[in-house]
Design a protein around this ligand. Structure first.
Ligand SMILES: *Cc1c(COP(=O)(O)O)cnc(C)c1O
Length: 226
């Protein structure tokens, strides 16, 4: 199966309301170009140092999404062009994004990453932290970011019930926030959940954005990345 076949195949499986983010991390410019030539315009990367040269080398009508954990000192490199940052896992990172968005005369769309998995290592806000930040007025001064929804990653497990439970909990928080009093720069429109192994479940649980890498591009070789 070619990249093009894989993309068409996945497109056939996801509803129109759901956006396909092609996760191109570790893959070459040539491989991304193949996906581009089959009509894909939305790509996700998880490292700033990989994203920036790809942005520079590839056509400018690509919508770039940052999906990986970010250090605050890297925000400045992507602030001029990034379309959506899925992986905002702390208030301090959101503040830094706001600062660099302002410098670039932009408003940057962001998703709050919520910790839904069992694993300790996954980054993200808890439900309590989000409500706390709302109550504290912490989002109010951030005039150059717009929070458009939530992102979550399920536990890496074969237990489909577990994965479904975690996606469902994110969906419930999404619905709960929708009917809560939120700061004016927050709306609940996007629910980014689902990867190659679990996007089918995520869609059933209400995902509006699936982040699919290996099911499009094949297995990643991290050795080749260096
Ligand atoms: C790598 C990555 C994906 C895609 O993973 P696949 O299993 O290859 O589809 C999705 N989301 C995030 C945050 C990732 O880092």
């Amino acid at each position: 199966m070619s990249v093009k076949d894989n993309i068409n195949n996945i497109r056939g499986q996801i509803p129109a309301r759901c956006k396909l983010i092609a996760v191109s991390k570790t893959h070459s410019i040539e491989t991304i170009k193949e996906a581009y030539d089959s009509g894909q315009r939305v790509f996700g990367e998880n490292k700033v140092q990989e994203l920036t040269p790809k942005y520079e080398a590839l056509p400018k009508d690509i919508e770039w999404h940052m999906i990986g954990h970010m250090q605050s000192n890297k925000v400045k490199y992507i602030a001029p062009f990034i379309h959506l940052i899925h992986s905002v896992d702390s208030l301090s990172l959101l503040k830094e994004i706001d600062k660099h968005a302002r410098k670039n005369n932009r408003t940057i769309s962001c998703l709050l990453q919520v910790h839904i998995a069992e694993e300790e290592t996954k980054f993200g806000f808890s439900e309590a932290e989000i409500f706390q930040a709302f109550n504290d007025g912490a989002f109010k001064p951030l005039t150059n970011v717009k929070v458009t929804g939530l992102m979550g990653m399920a536990t890496f497990t074969d237990d489909k019930d577990q994965v479904r439970k975690e996606f469902s909990s994110l969906r419930q928080l999404f619905e709960k926030l929708k009917v809560s009093e939120m700061p004016s720069n927050v709306v609940m429109e996007e629910l980014s959940m689902g990867m190659s192994g679990d996007y089918d479940i995520a869609i059933e649980e209400g995902s509006t954005m699936v982040r699919v890498g290996s099911a499009i591009f094949g297995e990643r070789s991290y050795a080749a990345q260096k």
